[in-house]
Design a protein around this ligand. Structure first.
Ligand code: ZN
Length: 128
């Protein structure tokens, strides 16, 4: 497998649903880009077996269904959903809802940038 891969899928707002893994062969998490047209929403409520979902609302407004509650969300909303949480999304009547969903096994992140990152001595062309 390639050590790195770069793809450009164009304007994110023109994507209905895209599984990023299928484009760049990522192996540690599943990321999807989703656009829900205004006045519509998911037609089923779902949960997961193992995966936590992190949702980033990147554009628009709508509603999230979480375990029986319905909560307004909009650009900038950051959402964590444990696997068992029953969820669904809808866009508002006057605005599409664009979101990025990141799935990874719950509690699988054992270290983060501060512990896992390594500063290397190489220099890029833009370094001053
Ligand atoms: Zn899901």
């Amino acid at each position: 497998m390639e050590k790195f891969k770069i793809e450009n899928v164009g304007k994110l707002e023109s994507i209905s649903r895209l599984m990023v893994k299928e484009k760049i062969d990522s192996t540690g998490c599943e990321v999807s880009i989703n656009n829900i047209p205004k006045g519509t929403g998911s037609q089923f409520i779902h949960s997961h077996k193992l995966n936590e979902e992190v949702i980033i609302i990147t554009k628009g407004r709508g509603t999230i269904y979480v375990d029986g509650d319905e909560i307004s969300i909009s650009e900038g909303s950051l959402i964590k959903l444990a696997p068992s949480v029953k969820r669904g999304f809808s866009a508002s009547e006057d605005s599409d809802l664009q979101l990025i969903c990141i799935q990874a096994a719950e509690n699988s992140l054992t270290q983060a940038t501060r512990e896992d990152g390594i500063i290397n001595r190489e220099k890029a062309s833009w370094f001053k």
